[in-house]
Design a protein around this ligand. Structure first.
Ligand SMILES: [Zn+2]
Length: 320
């Protein structure tokens, strides 16, 4: 019992020291550090393997903010446009499967209002309190799934929700039409699943194009090319990145190790999140820290051989 107590105290002390280290001043820029792409599934009660409660999700946001993480849009990250302020670390939020608790409207004053206990409600409320956190997340939706995973399970509000996400600067990503395991099917079905998901979303948000794909169950098709780009049912699709369901922190988009076709994610469950936050506290050199200028890539001179070559032309390199 006493040992457990000592353990808890030590852990608390370590966490305090870690946030104090960030609060003591901005970390030196290192744009070759790794980035967490967090993967949420259900936001609901009770907490389970694939469910984060609204309270715990809120706590995740508080923890990330307090430790110097700021929201980064995935599409900008892919373009090498790091938009978070100097001395902070980009973090990407992703939500898979468009389950009801991720985004819900409730009746209010004769109309509807965002449910403050849904994922988007928690996120929007936190951003309103802490505008310096930024606003970004990618929603990997299932437009043709059966209930309750079809576009957040309120058919009368489907279009309104998708438009809300796009208007607010969130991203919508491809997760296939109905969560097809792409390893099980031949080329025509794989391509149809990817193209049709886009067509169904475009019924609500005309011309919206997915730029990224999150693989259902993390399973690749027999030929990865089928998932990258193609045409089916009269529609063309192209994915600039393919996200896996696991794999840890992602390499910097400026690192040679960065492979957009195999982008790893961290499941946003208590154990994994704690593990990675502690990892970056113990190994601050592994953590991506922004220089605050989206047009400049600042790296420690000693890490120059890890740099991807060539860098996109619009980026200027600075070694420190
Ligand atoms: Zn999924």
């Amino acid at each position: 019992m006493r040992l457990v107590l000592v353990g808890v105290l030590l852990l608390t002390a370590a966490l305090l020291v870690a946030s104090a280290a960030w609060a003591a001043g901005p970390l030196p820029p290192n744009e070759l550090g790794r980035v967490m792409i967090l993967e949420y599934h259900r936001i609901d009660t009770p907490e389970e393997r694939w469910t984060r409660t609204p309270e715990n999700f809120r706590r995740d946001l508080e923890t990330l903010h307090a430790r110097g993480y700021r929201l980064q849009a995935l599409n900008d990250l892919l373009d090498g446009r790091i938009t978070v302020p100097a001395g902070t670390t980009p973090v990407v939020l992703t939500f898979d499967d468009s389950s009801p608790g991720q985004f819900r409207y409730v009746a209010a004053n004769g109309g509807v209002a965002l449910d403050p206990r849904s994922g988007v409600g928690v996120l929007e409320a936190f951003i309103a309190e802490r505008p310096d956190f930024g606003r970004a997340a990618t929603f990997y939706v299932l437009p043709g799934a059966s209930r309750p995973n079809r576009l957040f399970n309120q058919p009368e509000h489907e279009g309104r929700k998708l438009r809300f996400l796009v208007e607010r600067g969130y991203e919508i990503g491809n997760h296939t039409l109905w969560h097809a395991n792409l390893g099980k099917y031949g080329e025509p079905t794989v391509r149809a699943q990817l193209a049709e998901a886009q067509v169904w979303v475009q019924r609500h948000v005309p011309d919206y194009r997915f730029r990224t794909l999150a693989l259902p169950h993390g399973v690749y098709p027999k030929n990865v090319e089928w998932a990258v780009a193609g045409t089916a049912k009269g529609t063309t699709y192209r994915h600039d990145a393919i996200l896996m369901v696991a794999g840890g922190a992602a390499p910097s988009p400026f690192a040679r190790a960065f492979n957009p076709v195999r982008l790893p994610r961290i499941q946003a469950v208590e154990r994994d999140l704690t593990h990675w936050l502690q990892h970056f506290d113990r190994h601050p050199g592994d953590r991506f820290v922004s220089d605050g200028d989206p047009a400049v890539v600042t790296i420690p001179a000693a890490l120059r051989d890890r740099l991807r070559a060539p860098l996109p032309k619009h980026l200027e390199l600075r070694a420190r």
